[in-house]
Design a protein around this ligand. Sequence first.
Ligand code: NDP
Length: 480
Amino acid sequence: MSEFDYDLFVIGGGSGGVRAARVAAGEAGAKVALAEEDRYGGTCVIRGCVPKKLMVFASGYAGMAEEATHYGWDLKNDGFDWTTFSGHLQNELNRLEGVYRKLLAGSGVTTYDARARLKDPHSVELSTGETFTAKHILVATGGRPVRPDMPNAHLGIVSDDIFNLETLPKSILIIGGGYIACEFACILSGLGVEVTQYYRGAQILRGFDEEARGLIAESMRELGVDLHTGTNIVEMECHREGEDENGLDAPVEAMQYAMPAKDGPQDGPLKVKSTNGHVKVFDKVLFATGRRPNTDDMGLEEVGVTLARGGAIEVDEYSQTKVPSIYAIGDVTDRVNLTPVAIREGMAFVETVFLGKPTPVDHELIPSAVFTQPELGTVGMTEEEARDKEPVDIYCTSFRPMQSAFADKPGRVLMKLIVSQESGKVLGCHIVAPQAGEMIQMAGIAIKMGATKEDFDRTVAVHPTMAEEIVTMRKPVRTA
Ligand code: NDP
């Protein structure tokens, strides 16, 4: 008999926690419990990747219907009905949450629908009042969106709220230029919302390849997003009905503000003053200004777990914290905040702790996609990163793809390879195109295997496709 109630207690039922719990119980035969205070599936399934991708699909039909007329179709488009979509969306999320619960039960994991807090290095206290001991504790509590520190920030919504809107706003202001801001700008614009986006920096999608960023910004503007860079929100207030209908763009001093609502996002329109000196009224303001690890009031520091600035749990390459019995994976550690990475970290934790195979987490060459319109798929170094490290050749092409060119649409795609002059290895691949997320998964395999430009050249093109350009770029456009 073990001296502990469980071999493993997992806190958090998102992608990483559920995978680790299932594999530890199912494959390693460990006695496992998991506590989740909210819905099973976590950010990815309930309020992130999955509902977002379904909204990406929903928004894509607007352009498709228009394009179809050029191909001879007489399609009737009576517009988008949010109520219908959102009903189907909620049903799907309920179904998926059920699947997650079933997977845990099927693997023999005991679940507690409760908030858990660390009591000591081997015990957790639940909001139900129960306390359990465990040989190992895994913290997989994820993160949450944060609003900027400004008065009335509570009047705006965050990405979690989008999926529960009762109606679609007519207009929205999105603050931020990261993944979430750009994805929702495209989605909501596609669904017929008038989208304005303010980003404080010079170009959206900081950290991605500059040429790719430029093309995404151009495409978003073509899509109808009113994107302002070098611009931020300064103040916001509730907008009084009937007030200054012609006050849009009026000088700030001329505006009269209504009393702000006391708590929660605002149902009525909001009046926003921005750094460019203008005041505008929007039905909603969405803050997509970053996320923060969920480490508040969990007893972490009290038991000796150290937190970095910003609240992330500090871990080593095996996801072990400063307290040997406590591990942490996923967004709560703020390493690479992507679902498949959290899952990898969960698997590596189980291998290390329960399967006797110490496995450090490999965070190199992670392919990822930003689901803008068109999508951005990326793996490896950007041109800017690579040229700081070694001399590189840049292969790049940008063109109008066949499908949309036929329909006389302006959008361009971009395919780009960053190649080491010394080794010939492809150090980075960046694709801006419809379905770039699908394409980069394949390119990611080759690049992870260490493919050279010559390997790409030896591969026969699949014709006629957009992706064939990735193996037909003969000459570098420049060296850097
Ligand atoms: P990001 O960190 O990517 O972007 C935050 C944005 O908000 C940045 O543009 C930042 O500007 C801006 N910002 C931050 N603070 C302020 C402020 N006070 N005022 C104005 N602007 C501000 O966060 P996201 O929330 O978009 O996404 C979080 C993470 O979630 C991503 O990094 C990614 O790991 C993951 N994710 C992945 C997706 C995918 O794989 N497709 C989709 C969605 C999320 P600046 O650049 O100047 O710092």
